[in-house]
Design a protein around this ligand. Structure first.
Ligand code: FAD
Ligand code: NAD
Length: 479
């Protein structure tokens, strides 16, 4: 098709163009608009009917659809595993995967409409198309009609995409990435997952709860190396008991189609092994989606892994070009992207905002959930910082017992001398909600004593954090 001429409105002055409408991009755009900046947000994601689909990875194929499926599969699992303990028996429960997926899709499209509505309400123009920076600081948008935007500032929020590996090339059918695994139309009988990281565990949990024999092949010998060691070991034990066949120290060397199945070859300490699965998910990390953004032409520096280089305020090496979220170095998490975005928007508007990645909470939405903020004991040891810790098991929590959900524990690690909280690690039901209190305490540089002196509603799971704080000084009441 011949290229169309840019439309006449391209000359209108814009303060900011945001590239990407994920949690980094759309939040940046909204905050810019709130601060009085004339803002457009460009995103190429469209739905099955070709309509704009803002929300990025998080909303379209990430946080939200995965949590929708985790919730559905958790309810199904509870029917047979939790409810009988409450005296509720359900005969012949079955899962309708089509209905489950349709519900997930409704959740996603409703939130997409929500994001589009928020952009509209704030006066942000959502431009659908692929953006590219030019040497002259303009943003060209391959759209119909094509656009050339000339803003004072550009915020790059292009996000990330799944890392691919040559030994397991995805074909969208039998070998898929996380987006493919969110869209299965039936439960695979045998599911293989390469990578026992966050995605492997979350999506492995979904399909395993629905009946898939699930094997996770992890290259490292360590399970969840970034997590607290006690949490990781307890989680490994429990997840295996739940039926996730997590195999550590397995290096995949190749895959091949065998009839309708996939043979996966891997090596471990014993030599060469082979398993056969019906579907294989590649979940070995994500990489920045910066190729094709015109960064080289625009003189914007990236590191050797393709992340846009930024200073502590989200500024790139080029004046008035900023980067937030997954496309810049740092935790690849939606809330981090959104907080970066607010800070950058405020800096553009002349405020003195800061980006602080020290208190980014991490959550893995397995059951029980794993959540943490701050540093682990091992990291503190490595940094030569003396610490003390207190730990409280959910088995001793009245609320956990009442719910019949007693696995796991909460742990607080604090400075040996000052008592400042340096890390909080929770493995248990609702850990994702409990961790928010720890984040707040750490933001205020609170101490274990501060938490120990804070009244917690009874009976709640959050009381376990209170008890863990008391346990730092060996004065937990219910231990
Ligand atoms: P993205 O959300 O990736 O958005 C980038 C946007 O930029 C996309 O819409 C893309 O279309 C657009 N774009 C890129 N290049 C161009 C271009 N040249 N022109 C126009 N548009 C462009 N994080 C959590 O915090 N919690 C979770 O529970 C969680 N679960 C996840 C589950 C899965 C299965 C996956 C894959 C990820 C999950 N994440 C989760 C990670 C989270 O999705 C990302 O950290 C987050 O989306 C990053 O936001 P972002 O705005 O930086 O990028
Ligand atoms: P990950 O980094 O969490 O896990 C990838 C795992 O794959 C690692 O354990 C790694 O050792 C292993 N691996 C790498 N190459 C391998 C190979 N060739 N063979 C076997 N194992 C291999 O990455 P992910 O699970 O793909 O998730 C990507 C990112 O998305 C996460 O890091 C996170 O930032 C984000 N995410 C967050 C959430 C959440 O917040 N709940 C959920 C999903 C994804």
């Amino acid at each position: 098709m011949p290229a169309r001429r840019p439309s006449p409105d391209d000359a209108a002055p814009l303060d900011v163009v945001v590239v990407g409408a994920g949690p980094g991009g759309y939040v940046a755009a909204i905050r810019c608009a709130q601060l009085g900046l004339r803002t457009a947000c460009v995103d190429r994601w469209t739905d099955e009917r070709g309509r704009a689909a803002p929300g990025g990875t998080c909303l379209n194929v990430g946080c939200i659809p995965s949590k929708a499926l985790l919730d559905s599969s958790h309810h199904f699992h509870n029917v047979n595993h939790l409810l009988p303990g409450h005296g509720i028996s359900v005969e012949g429960a079955r899962i309708d995967v089509t209905a489950m997926q349709a519900r997930k899709d409704r959740v996603v499209s409703s939130l997409r409409r929500g994001v589009a509505g928020l952009l509209r309400k704030n006066g942000v123009e959502l431009v659908t198309g692929t953006a590219r920076l030019t040497g002259a600081g303009a943003v060209e948008v391959a759209a119909d009609p094509p656009r050339v935007l000339r803003p004072r500032h550009v915020i790059l929020a292009a996000g990330s995409e799944p890392t691919t590996i040559a030994v397991a090339p995805t074909d969208g059918e039998r070998i898929v990435d996380s987006a493919g695994a969110l869209a299965f139309t039936e439960t695979p009988r045998r599911l293989g997952i390469i990578g026992a990281g966050v995605i492997g565990l979350e999506l492995g949990s979904v399909w395993s709860r629905l009946g898939a024999e699930t094997v996770l092949l992890e290259a490292l010998d360590d399970f969840l190396p970034a997590a607290d060691r006690d949490v990781a070991m307890e989680a490994l034990r429990l997840f295996r008991r739940q039926g996730l066949d997590i195999r550590l120290g397995k290096r995949v060397t190749g895959c091949e189609a065998v009839g309708d199945a996939v043979a996966v070859h891997f090596e471990d300490a014993e030599g060469t092994q082979r398993i056969e699965v019906d579907r294989l998910v590649v979940a070995v990390g994500r990489r920045p989606a910066t190729a094709g953004l015109g960064l080289e032409e625009a003189g914007v520096e990236c590191d050797d892994r393709g992340f846009v280089r930024v200073d502590g305020h989200g500024r790139t090496n080029r004046d008035n070009v900023w980067a937030v979220g997954d496309c810049a170095p740092g935790p690849m998490l939606a809330h981090r992207a959104a907080e970066d975005a607010i800070s950058v928007a405020e800096r553009i508007a002349g405020e003195n905002s800061r980006i602080d990645h020290r208190t980014v909470p991490w959550v893995i939405y397995t059951h029980p959930e794993i959540a943490w903020v701050g540093r682990t004991e091992a990291e503190l040891d490595e940094a030569g910082i003396e610490w003390r810790s207190g730990r409280f098991p959910f088995a001793a929590s009245g609320r956990a017992l009442a719910a019949g959900d007693t696995a796991g524990f909460a742990k607080i690690v604090c400075d040996e001398t000052t008592d400042e909280i340096l890390g909080v690690h929770v493995f248990g039901a609702n850990a994702s909600e409990i961790i928010a209190e720890a984040v707040t305490a750490m933001e205020f540089r609170g101490s274990a004593e501060d938490l120990a002196r804070t009244m917690h509603a009874h009976p709640t799971l959050a009381e376990s954090l209170h008890e863990a704080a008391l346990a730092v000084d060996e004065r937990a009441i219910h231990l």
